[in-house]
Every structure is written in C-alpha cells, then in structure tokens.
Design a protein around this ligand. Sequence first.
Ligand code: GDP
Length: 301
Amino acid sequence: FERLKRGLARSSGALGESISSIFTKRKLDDDTLQDLEDILIQADLGVETAMTITERLADGRYNKEVSGEEVQKILADEVNAVLEPVAKPLEISSRDDGSPHVILMIGVNGAGKTTTIGKLAQKFNAEGKSVMLAAGDTFRAAAIDQLKVWGQRTNSPVVAREVGSDAAGLAFDAMTEAKEQGRDILMIDTAGRLQNRTELMAELEKIVRVIKKHDESAPHSVLLVLDATTGQNALNQVEIFSKIAGVTGLVMTKLDGTARGGILVAISAKHKMPVHFIGVGEGVEDLEPFKSEDFARAIAG
Ligand code: GDP
C-alpha cells in the first residue's frame, strides 16, 4: 500500500490538495460542486463517476460547510464502490488432461506485457506452479530477447523463434511443448502495434483461432496490460482490444510513476472488467494483487 500510495502521490496528492483548497471554509454550493467535478474529471475519473461523487456529496450537505477530509472520505468510498466489484484475483484452472492454463498477454507496445509476464512467472513459481513462456511478439528482436532474459531470471523455459516468424504457429507449438513437459501455465506474449490496427487485429484473431484448434477451452485468460500513464488512451485501448480478443481481465502498470490512476476508475465504471494486478515498478517483485480499498484511499490522497 505504501508503495502504491507513494506512486500515486503525484496525482492523488494533487487531488487531495485541490480538494482541501476548494473546501476551506466554503459552503457546498453549485460553484464548489462544479469545482470539485472539474478536478475529478481532470484526474481522469471520468465524467460519470465525477457526477455521481458530487451528487452523493451534495445529498444532505447542500449549503452546509464541509471539510476537505470529509470530501476525501466520500471520494474514497465512492471510488471503492466502483472498484470493489472488479477487484478479482486471477484464477488458474487445474486441468486434468495435463494441458496448461494458457494466458494470452495483449496490449500496445510499451504497456508492460513482457515485464508483467516476468513478474507473473516469479509469482507462479513461488506458488509452486510450473511455467512456460512463449515469445509471441515476433516482430521485435528486442521483445524476444527481453522475454528470454525474464525466462532466465525466473527459471522458466522460453519458446522463441527468429524475428518475423508466425506468432500463431509459435503459440500452437508452445502449447504442445507445455503439455509434453506438464507445465501448469503457459504465458504467451504478443505484438502490440496499434499503429497498424488491421494487421494487429488479423494477427491476434489468428493467434486465438490457432490456440483454440489446440485446445477449445483456451486461451483460459486473456489479460490486457494497460499503462496508467497514458490516461484517457487506456480507455480506447480497452475498447479496441475487447473487440479483437475477448479480454478476461486487466493489469494496470506503472502506477509508481507519474501515475494517473484515476483512469482505472473510469474504465471500471464503464466496462466492469475484472482487474487482477497492478504494476508498481520495473522489478520482479513489483506486481501486486489489485485491492480496491487501498487503491481508493491512495487516489483520494
Ligand atoms: P511491452 O512492450 O508491452 O512488452 O512492454 P515492456 O514489458 O517491454 O515494458 C516497457 C517498459 O515499461 C520497460 O522499460 C519496463 O521496465 C517498464 N515497466 C513495465 N511495467 C512497469 C511498472 O509497473 N512500473 C514502471 N515504472 N515501469 C514498468
């Protein structure tokens, strides 16, 4: 929590300060409510959530003096009310035919897919689950190399091919290999070239289709990785990737930096998609299960 709170400090601290400055010895009138709504929208919480929060605040308090702390408390409660239903742990199915639980990692380049795979591999290992990784971002040599580094770091075998090879074929072969080796979990990295949406769509669709050929029930998890620092862009990415591949859950990264964690509230209010983990740094341990209450308190400052 401290890590997250420190991480969100820049945005949430600013939010807390703005709230305090609005609510010093001021009655809760239309002007104050409008000011509050504006700063909540600026903090990326989304218009709807900002309106709900201000309405809730006005209820029974209109024309009365309220303190900044009171507003922060209500803000935290409201944010938690949005986030609590979506804060869900990632469930790993145990498969009786010896085939792995297949996790497909998707998201735009730079969002943190490869890093998150490494962090998850570490976590699964610690839970006694065996892992295999597949370097499905076959467009970038650096992405393949990076996944290999994470494989070494976490003692996980990596299925990789040369740059330019067919990602769907690689995913299929990795499934065969993971089953042969009796691996519990197979995590497949993918390319995220959003600048060419048609190709991205075609490729992801093909990967999913070929994975299903191997195992009709797979992929068992499709995790969309979102970079918190991209603000409103993340909302667009949820829409695009949901259409291409049925997203089963979200991971939001980089909440340690110039985080704009408010966007997670807007996404959750709109899409109600499970949020499994948050990234709070570049290191292997910097992935935390998503806890709505901690997050809400950190946002409210
Ligand atoms: P990919 O292109 O989606 O696979 O993204 P990468 O995993 O290569 O990550 C892009 C950059 O973001 C790398 O420099 C990572 O170290 C960094 N990164 C990933 N997750 C986090 C995070 O939670 N916090 C911070 N500060 N950096 C992160």
